[in-house]
Each structure stands twice: as structure tokens, then as C-alpha cells.
Design a binder for this molecule. Structure first.
Ligand code: 5GP
Length: 179
């Protein structure tokens, strides 16, 4: 079983569920007066379990969409991203909540925010299940954070190692011999 590959569980199912309740209430409060067509944008694939848990706790009128991106390899420009799967919705003039699994160096969300503003978004906020501030390389932060984690590689609840472990219902750290 994949759970036997873990050295430890960092964040339990119950902690994630509880935190999503709190984030849902916070988003409800902060966007109560929003009239720009709130769109939650999940970044594939890591955000899928978090997106599913979070949106159940938001009582506002929202829509959801997904995009998949990858970094350009071999270029020197930090933060160039390639769109693998684009949004279905037009985002012109809309308020977006970008849903991420983890903010690590910050390069991905910084590039995504720029891209989404360039496509005409009115406002882009970021909600991330996890934040690893010690690894940041660019000046960016998530507006809403589930949990802060130390500088160690985590898996589960959407986060993978070589595409594996995304289906673990909690967040944990792999045994060293598996890397
Ligand atoms: P950033 O651009 O902020 O460095 O990286 C964001 C992406 O890197 C995340 O969406 C995630 O896919 C991956 N990543 C960063 N740290 C971790 C980690 O500790 N575990 C896993 N599984 N992926 C990570």
C-alpha cells in the first residue's frame, strides 16, 4: 500500500477538512460583495483534491475551471510557463481565485498571476493548501494558506512524487530510501 511508503504524516485528513471549512468561511466573508463573476481556477493536477474539498465549503455563487501549465525548460528566463491546457471560461473582467497545491519557489504562481492579468482578469487571489516560505525565490505570496510546511518534500492530497501518491487522503513525507 502506498501509505507504507511514508515516513510520517504531517497533516491529517481531519486537519485538512477543518482548515477547508475555515478557508471557505473566510472566502465567503471576503467575497460577499463580489459581483465580477467569481471563478475558482485549479492548477492541474495537484490542486484537484484541495479544490474539491474547498469549494464544498464556499456558499457563494462560483464557477470552477482548470488549467495545466509547465515551465519552459532550457530557457534562462525565470517564470516562463507554457499552457498545456487552457481555461474554458473567458476571464475578461472577472475575479479569480487561483487554487494551488503548494507555493514553493513562488515562480509558478507569479508567472500565472501575470498571465491571467494579461488575459484581462480584474483581480487574481491565490489560495494554496501548503506554503513553503523558506524556499521562496521570487517576491510573491498566497493570499490564503492552508498550512505552512518546513523545507521538506511532501506528498499526498494531490501532491505527487513521479505522478504517484496524489490519492493519499493526507499530506506526508516519504521514506528517504524512496527518493
Ligand atoms: P513553485 O513554482 O512555487 O516552485 O512550485 C510549485 C510546484 O512545484 C507545485 O505546484 C508542486 O507541483 C511542486 N512542488 C513544490 N514543492 C513540492 C513538494 O514539497 N512536494 C511535491 N510533491 N511537489 C512540490
Amino acid at each position: 500500500m502506498i501509505k507504507d511508503d511514508l515516513k510520517k504524516i504531517l497533516i491529517s485528513e481531519e486537519q485538512i477538512r477543518q482548515r477547508c471549512f475555515e478557508l471557505g468561511r473566510q472566502l465567503d466573508h471576503d467575497y460577499a460583495d463580489n459581483h465580477n463573476g467569481l471563478l475558482f481556477v485549479g492548477i492541474l493536477k495537484g490542486s484537484v483534491p484541495f479544490m474539491a474539498e474547498l469549494i464544498k465549503r464556499v456558499t457563494l455563487d462560483i464557477e470552477i475551471d482548470f488549467m495545466a501549465v509547465s515551465s519552459y525548460s532550457g530557457t534562462e528566463t525565470l517564470g516562463d510557463i507554457k499552457i498545456i491546457k487552457d481555461l474554458e471560461h473567458s476571464i475578461q473582467g472577472r475575479d479569480l481565485v487561483l487554487v494551488e497545491d503548494i507555493v514553493d519557489t513562488g515562480i509558478t504562481i507569479k508567472a500565472l498571476k501575470t498571465l491571467l492579468y494579461n488575459k484581462g482578469a480584474h483581480d487574481v487571489k491565490v489560495v494554496s493548501l501548503l506554503d513553503k516560505p523558506s524556499r521562496r525565490q521570487v517576491d510573491v505570496k498566497a493570499d490564503y494558506i492552508g498550512f505552512e510546511v518546513e523545507n521538506e518534500f511532501v506528498v499526498g492530497f494531490g501532491l505527487d512524487y513521479n505522478q504517484k501518491y496524489r490519492n493519499l487522503p493526507y499530506v506526508g513525507v516519504l521514506k528517504e530510501e524512496l527518493y
